[in-house]
Design a protein around this ligand. Structure first.
Ligand code: TXA
Ligand code: MG
Length: 347
């Protein structure tokens, strides 16, 4: 394939071009408020197969299906009272709900990796909203990076990773949140966090009370049949820079590391090659996390040490991504145990 078209979302006609490509079964990377997503019609098996191929994504890992609003979700999934409450409070926004899939949802099996459940999200980004509304079909969209790598928060990241494998990217500048949506199993009476993300546990709890987290590592390998809730993507090695290794919780008192070590700082004071937030602001840190890891990786540093980052609020999602970035592929023992031989696919 030739190189992807880069469409400036603010120029007249760009959204129309993206919509026409998507309607025609092509792959278009779209900005969302979290990260750029690689979109295709969720009802088009051939287009979905190209998403998996472009990303090098294991076919056991289902995709999030993007809709404009709760009405769109209603046509795809059985909405529980809990799901309705969460949608009313947080949609559109960085919250993905895992629900039972309706038999007549019209979504191709590949999008859901053959599961009876479906993950649905209504993104808040106005460009994503405009595209979904105009295509008139739900859009499956994983993060627009190579599988196992860092998610893209800028159009140039998408082009670096997938430029020769997709049809277009709609460039709307940097993503505001910078970490992916929070994935919540909302099939029961109480929510279970399957992946921490841009919507904090505290915000969820303020709406619906205390929240459980699915601890994938308690799944005993090979012996147990897999019981949902589980988010297949959480079992795979993830978020690794291409070359550099990531070392966590390194506090520097001062002085400078020499190349090839870079220090990713957080908060005031200490030396850092780049600082996620000199003022210690977790929202700012989340928005810069993937871009700064990419910058340090492509600058040639062999090791990236990362300052300790508080775990409250968005710090939970930042810590989750960093722990996975520091987890060497194939899965190391300290990472969640694989649940079946196919999960050991190196991503
Ligand atoms: O912010 C986001 O969520 C971005 C933007 C583009 O919307 N998307 C994103 O997609 O992060 P992806 O494919 O990189 O991550 C989706 C996660 C994976 O961990 C996947 O396993 C999980 O959602 N997932 C998808 N469908 C699921 C299902 N039916 N049950 C459980 N987990 C599911
Ligand atoms: Mg992803």
């Amino acid at each position: 394939m030739t190189h992807a078209q880069c469409l400036d979302a603010s120029s007249p006609g760009a959204i129309d071009v993206a919509v026409a490509l998507l309607r025609d079964g092509k792959l278009v990377a779209l900005p969302t408020e979290t990260v750029y997503g690689l979109a295709a019609r969720a009802d088009d098996g051939a287009a979905l197969a190209r998403i998996f191929a472009a990303k090098g994504r294991p076919s056991i890992n289902p995709l999030i299906v993007h809709v404009a609003s709760a009405d769109g979700a209603e046509r795809l999934a059985r909405l529980t009272p809990l799901a309705r409450k969460l949608m009313a409070a947080f949609w559109p926004g960085p919250l993905t709900l895992v629900l039972d899939r309706l038999a007549d949802a019209g979504v191709h099996d590949l999008a859901c990796a053959g599961l009876d459940t479906i993950a649905v999200r209504a993104p808040a980004h106005p460009v994503a909203q405009a595209v979904i509304a105009a295509v008139g079909a739900p859009l499956a969209a994983p993060s627009a990076n190579r599988s196992g790598g860092l998610s893209p928060t800028r159009a140039r990241d998408v082009l670096d990773d997938l430029g020769d494998r997709i049809d277009a990217v709609l460039d709307a500048g940097d993503c505001a949140h910078g970490v992916e949506s929070t994935v919540v199993d909302a099939r029961g009476g109480a929510p279970v966090i399957l992946r921490p993300g841009g919507l904090t546990r505290e915000a969820l709890a303020a709406c619906v009370g205390p929240i459980e987290t699915a601890h994938t590592h308690v799944q005993s390998a090979h012996t147990q049949s897999v019981q949902a809730p589980i988010s297949p993507g959480q079992l795979l090695a993830h978020y690794a820079p291409r070359r550099a290794r990531v070392v966590l919780d390194v506090a520097l008192g001062g002085g400078e590391f020499e190349r090839p070590i870079a220090h990713l700082g957080f908060g005031p004071g200490a030396y850092a090659t780049l600082n996620l937030s000199p003022s210690g602001n977790l929202v700012e840190a989340a928005s810069r996390l993937f871009a700064y890891l990419r910058i340090l990786d492509s600058a040639g540093y062999r090791t990236i040490t990362v300052a300790p980052i508080p775990r409250a609020g968005l710090g939970e999602a930042i810590g989750d991504r960093l722990a996975r970035a520091a987890c060497p592929a194939p899965l190391a023992p300290r990472c969640p145990a694989p649940i079946s031989p196919t999960d050991q696919i190196e991503t």
